[in-house]
Structures are given as structure tokens and as C-alpha cells.
Design a protein around this ligand. Structure first.
Ligand code: SAM
Length: 419
């Protein structure tokens, strides 16, 4: 028989990562462990732990054969599907806080079959999200499971609200827009915020993410709840990240305007961190959002405001924008910045405080890079320092300082007009 020989018996080449590479990663981990054990304060401990985590991820990747890596990439979404089902049947809520529960007991509490629960908790056990204890003799009903710190966190309102937002609003639209949107409009970053993958997935035209959200009370509530609780992440450090009490109030005694401040979660946190802060605080957002209820007290002035349509009504104050610019393409950001700049012109003490993720210019961690792909759906983006500089310079501002850079949460970029 002619033609090429069948490739039987020829597996892939042996997977043999170099000893030198593994040894050097292992030495780095040992060095970080030593730093962790001798750390004299929580910041040093956190930084050593971060280094251990980053290097052990590298070690894990270096020792994972490619087919297994490929399978991990392919199958990873099913962890989210498992969690989605677990949330839907409130399975985590059945687990006592300090003791295990058997599958038999849990199945009767959530009114489903033992085998169904078994299939869900087997995944969560394998990912160490739950601690699963298997009996010696195979028996679905007798398998028991208990909480881990991660599953306890998943019970928090923060986790639930963000999970719903990602699963019910973002992911379906991501799947519904790829690849249709890009084939139609080109494989490039969306430039028009009224024509983004999210718009396409909803079968509408000339509507941005927020235009679509405000028409759907349920999705808007999920989003605002997710924002309100997500803001809590890293808030303790945010409170001390910037000296809000040093801000100089404007001629009307207003010290800080939170533009697009949602329910006012950040202003509340700032007030708690700086009880002696001089001047009044203002919360601005779309009318529909403010009408949906806020978390701040009556001493905070609430002003419905659309940052695209109007020049900032409070002149010469300080302006705080958290997680706003990452929602929009550069062109839209320039419009928002122009509306703020007009209120700052001629007021040399007036400052813009941008509270956002600042990606490292090089080698970001996987989760940081993925957060940017999340924003691609709505035409926004997570920016690195180079990109922030370019955007702000183009808008006529200059960066004075970046506070809290290098963390996993937002930094504060302190900005003034370049006049
Ligand atoms: C990602 S959320 C951030 C909320 C809040 N700053 C925080 O960090 O928790 C974006 C906010 O921008 C608001 N927003 C969207 N479009 C707006 C517009 N045209 N004018 C004013 N606010 C707007 C939304 O209602 C939402 O509260």
C-alpha cells in the first residue's frame, strides 16, 4: 500500500520541563516563603503571599502537559455552570456553618435527587470550593460535605450579586455577540459606544449598555446591586489610599462630587473613613438610578446628571469617578472628560480623582487581562498606565500621582487640568 504511513505508536514527545526552570521557580517560592514568615506587618505578608501565589501558578503551568492544559481551558466554563446550578437550588445555604451535611440530608432540604447533588459537589470538591468526605463504601447518600472559606464567601451578597450580573447579563451577551458582531463590524475594538457587542446581542441598534439596562428594571437592579457590593472589595484600603480630608471645598462648600456614583456606596465609605471631612458631598447619577434608592444619608446632596448630555453643574469642586471610564471607549471618555473640564477651568485647586484598575504596562496577571475582555463586550476597556496617560493628555489633563498602584483592586489616579 502506498501513501503516508499511519502514525500508530507515535505519541506526543515526552513532556519533560527543564530541571533548571523548575528549580528556579521552586527557589523563588522558597524565598517568598521566607519573606512571608519574617514579614513584620500585614502589607509585607500580603506581598509575600502574592509572590508565592504568582510563582506557584507558574510552577503549576510549567508542570502541566499541554493536552491537560487544553482540557482545563476547554472545561473551565463548566465550573461556572456547576456553580450556577448550586446557586439556583440554594445548595450552599443547606450546609451548617461549622459541621458537614450528608448528601441525603441536603437532597431532602433542596428537594432534588442524591445523584444530582453528588454530581455538583464532586466538581466543587475537586476545586476545593467545598470539602467533600467520601465514605469507604460507595454510597451517594452518605457522602458528606462542608464549607471552606471560599464557599462561605460565595454565600455573601457580594458573590451572589456579581454572579447573577455575570451569568444573566454579561455571559449570555458575550456568547450571543461572538462572532456575529465582529464579522459584521470588523475584528477591532468598538469605537462607537452605541454599537457594541452588547447592543448586537440584544438585537437593537444605536443603544449602549446603560441604555439597554435602564429599560430592563430587573437587569438594572442586578447591575446596581452588583456594583454596590463589588465596591466593598478593597474599600478598606481605598479609604486610606487617598487623603480625602485634604480636599479643598469649592466656593459653595462642596468638597467632592461622585459622578456616576450609583447608590452612593463609595461616598458612604469615604464618610466612614474620614468622619471629620470638610465640606459637602454630592452624589450624581442617572435619575433612574437615584430613584432606585441610595445608601447615603440625607446630608449627601443627590443630583440627577447625565455625563454625556450636560456640562458638570457643580463648578470648581473635586470630582470622583469610580469604575466609570472602563465602561466606555476612548471617544466617549473624551466627551465625559470634556464636560468635567469645563467645570474645572479657572479653578486651580480643582481635582479629578479617577478610581479604576490600572493594569501593569507589561505582563499582567491572567485575571487582570480577562477583566479587560469582560469590558470589551460593552465597548469599554481596562487601561494600563500608558493608556491612561494618553487618554488624559488628549483630554487636556495631567496625572499628578497614582495612589495604590500595583494592587488587584482599583487605584486612585489624581489628575488636574493642564492649564
Ligand atoms: C460601573 S458603575 C459604577 C458605579 C459606582 N461609581 C461604583 O464604582 O460603585 C457605572 C455607573 O455609571 C452610571 N452611568 C451610566 N451612564 C451614565 C450617564 N450617562 N450619566 C451619569 N451616570 C451614568 C451608571 O448608572 C452606574 O451607576
Amino acid at each position: 500500500m502506498s501513501g503516508s504511513k499511519p502514525q500508530t505508536g507515535q505519541g506526543p514527545p515526552p513532556f519533560e520541563p527543564s530541571i533548571e526552570h523548575l528549580a528556579s521557580l521552586s527557589e523563588s517560592i522558597q524565598a517568598s516563603l521566607a519573606q512571608y514568615s519574617s514579614a513584620s506587618n500585614p502589607a509585607e505578608k500580603a506581598s509575600a503571599l502574592k509572590a508565592i501565589q504568582a510563582t506557584s501558578s507558574k510552577l503549576s503551568l510549567a508542570t502541566t502537559p499541554i493536552p491537560r492544559r487544553f482540557n482545563e481551558i476547554l472545561l473551565r466554563p463548566y465550573l461556572n455552570v456547576t456553580l450556577r446550578l448550586v446557586f439556583e437550588i440554594s445548595l450552599l445555604e443547606t450546609i451548617p456553618s461549622n459541621s458537614p451535611i450528608t448528601i441525603e440530608e441536603a437532597a431532602s432540604k433542596v428537594n432534588t435527587s442524591e445523584e444530582f447533588i453528588f454530581r455538583l459537589i464532586r466538581v466543587l470538591g475537586a476545586f476545593e470550593i467545598l470539602e467533600v468526605l467520601y465514605p469507604e463504601e460507595p454510597n451517594f447518600g452518605l457522602i458528606s460535605f462542608s464549607h471552606t472559606p471560599t464557599s462561605r464567601f460565595l454565600l455573601s451578597p457580594l458573590a451572589k450579586a456579581s454572579f447573577r450580573h455575570h451569568f444573566e447579563t454579561m455571559l449570555p451577551a458575550q456568547l450571543g455577540s461572538v462572532p456575529g458582531y465582529y464579522h459584521k463590524y470588523g475584528f477591532k475594538c468598538p469605537e462607537d459606544h452605541k454599537n457594541v457587542p452588547f447592543t448586537f446581542a440584544h438585537g437593537t441598534v444605536d443603544e449602549g449598555f446603560f441604555d439597554i439596562l435602564v429599560k430592563d428594571a430587573d437587569k438594572l437592579a442586578i447591575f446596581n446591586n452588583a456594583m454596590a457590593v463589588m465596591a466593598v472589595l478593597g474599600l478598606t484600603s481605598l479609604g486610606s489610599m487617598y487623603a480625602f480630608d485634604q480636599l479643598v471645598p469649592n466656593q459653595d462648600g462642596i468638597a467632592l462630587v461622585d459622578i456616576g456614583g450609583g447608590k452612593g456606596q463609595m461616598l458612604k465609605a469615604i464618610q466612614a473613613a474620614y468622619p471629620g471631612m470638610r465640606g459637602k458631598l454630592v452624589l450624581e447619577d442617572l435619575k433612574v438610578v437615584l430613584d432606585g434608592g441610595v445608601v447615603v444619608d440625607d446630608d449627601v446632596v443627590k443630583i440627577p446628571y447625565d455625563f454625556f448630555k450636560e456640562v458638570q453643574p457643580i463648578k470648581g469642586s473635586n470630582y470622583f469617578l469610580k469604575s466609570i471610564f472602563h465602561d466606555w471607549p476612548d471617544k466617549a471618555c473624551l466627551q465625559i472628560l470634556s464636560n468635567i473640564a469645563q467645570a474645572m477651568r479657572g479653578h486651580p485647586l480643582s481635582k479629578l480623582l479617577i478610581c479604576e484598575l490600572v493594569l501593569p504596562d507589561q505582563y499582567p496577571e491572567p485575571m487582570m487581562a480577562m477583566r479587560d475582555i469582560n469590558m470589551l463586550l460593552i465597548g469599554g476597556q481596562e487601561r494600563n498606565l500608558f493608556q491612561w496617560n494618553a487618554l488624559l493628555t488628549q483630554a487636556g489633563f495631567k496625572i499628578l500621582k497614582v495612589h495604590g498602584v500595583g494592587g488587584e483592586n482599583s487605584s486612585i489616579i489624581e489628575v488636574v487640568l493642564n492649564e
